[in-house]
Design a protein around this ligand. Structure first.
Ligand SMILES: [Zn+2]
Length: 627
């Protein structure tokens, strides 16, 4: 870029680019990207059939799970070996670490990231499971309460190795875990944990007292030897090396790792759950032995755990007080961590408790789960922060910044009793927006400001909108009940295959509108380009405007006259779509364009033409993924 392109704006002191130069810059950038992105790799990349690979890997994992079920150690070891040496598992692990994972651009100590297909191919040849892991790079991030939280970031190579080991270890463990352990397990979410808590507490005769467990610095304090003792011998070698990999701290230099699992690795979440394995069964057994009061048969002890957060229900306060030391002893003996007695509270259900961002409380005998107050205030504070930082930004820019926050937060709480909280937040957000708008025009009248920034739509008078951009509101988010997973199910068990297929479809269809449902139904919830399943998690990310995930896209591009019809729109992964377009160009017709047309459309000179009576005469229909 030459110097002319950059001008300093006298009035604001901000550097401004000459618009034409900016345009040329963007062309240059696009060209460079095209050169580095897929040069010469098309053939090899297109040959990778991800659908087939995913199916193959899952088949291996299911066979491993089957061997675990029939308790045949020799076969288990064999399948683990197969998974570890499988080329397909390696490719999937590399795709996961370098393309899907949010930390794909964060390098480890060696400073390497693998972003282009060529580099990824090099990485595939480099991967060696025998290699000792490199030290872990320590990074500090700020927690909600202002304290620093240490993360340990392994190098990309080690992360891929961890992903491979995880693929080999997870099926075995997932079959064994207790039904009410929800954290960091496939197909289980915080919503399942909350639904289980509801089931434990909702009834008239349910336990009334609750122990909120809090483990002091769980991830940093897990005892290595106790954890390793739980693992199978064939897994132990690698995990020991991983746990013992030293840490490079920005200040303290090289530190030996004696306790804890590095947060930031792919294997640590699994190890964290493994370390707590057996808690539910052991504590239940102990509760039975303790024979609380006269209720011998049913002491009312129920446990719900999400990683290191756990909730234990008890019938009386005395029971709860007696039970806390038992839990503390179990944790010290089996995991080597300490139960923080100051932070472990015993509460009555009428006083309410906070768990995973939700507030669980009984009102006059009825259990309601709402967003926790702290989290409600936190999101309002975040929105305030965005408005404060963008006092003079364009309105459309502000809307684009706020929408993901509002939708994302609302979506998380959309499975419980949140309507009132949503209206309250909308009210508060509108107040903040009004103050933000008034500050920009101190000399204008209120009516003028209202006219400039707000419009009336339907029966709503205060819609913050700028041209095509409209601010999302939480009250528009539908409340949709979650379907809780059945406790003993595991996605790896061959006999549960059908259950998970049904559940996936149900969860997915619940959250889509009519048009999207039809589009998704066309491909049975699979990506139209690679044929892999699209998970509800992908839809969630898509709904909150995250760039990872999926697209509803037109197969015949808009510029060639492709319409927003069920036939023409398909659902794909973002990366599949980008690869497809970079290979075929953005204005190319698909191979058999006829099948993407509805009955009154046809192709004339490479353009789609409507022939019916109700042809949309040059009417612009909104893109379905921006709408
Ligand atoms: Zn795909």
């Amino acid at each position: 870029m030459n110097r002319k392109a950059v001008q300093k704006d006298e009035s604001t002191g901000r550097i401004r680019k000459n618009p034409r130069e900016v345009h040329e810059d963007s062309i240059m950038e696009a060209w460079l990207e095209a050169q580095t992105a897929d040069s010469g790799q098309h053939e090899s990349n297109e040959r990778t059939n991800w659908k087939e690979i995913e199916r193959h890997v899952l088949r291996l994992q299911r066979q491993l799970a089957h061997a675990v079920e029939s308790n045949n150690r020799k076969v288990v070891r064999h399948y683990k070996w197969l998974i570890r040496t499988s080329h397909h598992v390696k490719l999937l692990a590399i795709r996961h670490v370098t393309q899907e994972n949010s930390g794909r651009r964060t390098p480890g100590v060696d400073g390497k990231t693998y972003t282009t297909p060529r580099e990824r191919q090099e990485l595939a040849e480099l991967i060696s499971l025998r290699q000792r892991p490199l030290p872990v790079r320590r990074v500090y991030i700020r927690k909600k309460n202002g304290k620093l939280r240490p993360l340990g970031i392994p190098s990309i190579h080690d992360r891929v190795c961890q992903a491979i080991h995880k693929a080999a270890m997870e099926p075995e463990w997932d079959m064994q875990f207790s039904p009410n352990v929800y954290g960091f397990r496939p197909k289980r979410s915080t919503w399942d944990a909350i639904s289980q808590l509801f089931a434990n507490l909702c009834q008239k005769g349910s336990s009334q007292w609750v122990i909120e467990g809090d483990i002091r610095g769980y991830f940093d304090n897990v005892d290595h030897e106790k954890l390793l003792a739980k693992l199978a011998p064939e897994d132990r070698v690698y995990v020991r090396r991983m746990l013992k990999a030293p840490v490079i701290d920005p200040e303290a230099g090289l530190i030996e790792s004696t306790r804890g699992t590095p947060q930031g690795g792919l294997l640590s979440p699994l190890l964290a759950v493994v370390a707590l394995h057996g808690m539910e069964e052991d504590l239940r057994r102990k509760a039975h032995k303790m024979k609380f009061g006269n209720s011998r048969a049913n002491p009312g002890i129920n446990i719900v755990a999400y990683a290191d957060d756990f909730i234990v229900t008890c019938k009386t306060k005395e029971q709860a007080e007696q039970f806390v030391p038992v839990i503390a002893q179990w944790l010290a003996e089996n995991v080597g961590v300490e139960l923080s007695l100051e932070k472990t509270h015993i509460t009555h259900i009428y006083d309410g408790l906070d768990f995973l961002g939700f507030n669980v409380r009984k009102y006059k005998g009825q259990l309601l789960i709402k967003p926790a107050k702290e989290n409600k205030l936190a999101v309002l504070r975040k929105i305030k922060g965005i408005l404060d930082a963008n006092k003079s930004a364009k309105q459309s820019m502000v809307i684009r910044l706020l929408n993901p926050v509002i939708r994302g937060w609302g979506h998380y709480y959309s499975t419980q009793v949140s309507k009132k909280v949503f209206s309250y937040c909308d009210h508060k957000i509108n107040q903040m927006l009004w103050r933000w708008a008034k500050r920009r025009h101190p000399k204008k009248s209120a009516w003028w400001i209202f006219q400039k920034y707000f419009t009336k739509r339907g029966n709503r008078n205060w819609v913050f909108a700028d041209g095509p951009y409209t601010l999302a509101t939480m009250s528009d988010i539908r409340i949709i009940r979650h379907i809780k997973i059945q406790g003993r199910r595991s996605p790896y068990r061959p006999s549960d295959q059908e259950y998970f297929e049904n559940r996936r479809e149900q969860l997915l269809l619940k959250r889509l509108n009519g048009f999207q449902k039809k589009v998704v139904h066309k491909t049975n919830g699979r990506c139209a380009l690679c044929g892999c399943n699209i998970s509800p998690e992908h839809f969630r990310r898509w709904q909150v405007n995250d760039d990872d995930g999926i697209l509803f896209t037109r197969m015949i591009p808009e510029r060639l006259g492709g319409h927003n019809t069920v036939e023409n729109v398909v659902v794909t992964h973002r990366w599949c779509y980008e690869k497809f377009r970079s290979a075929h160009g953005y204005d190319a017709l698909p191979e058999h364009p006829e099948r993407f047309l509805s009955y009154n459309e046809s192709i004339v000179n490479g353009h789609v033409v409507w022939t019916g009576k109700d042809a949309p005469l040059g009417k612009e229909q909104p893109d379905c993924w921006t709408a």
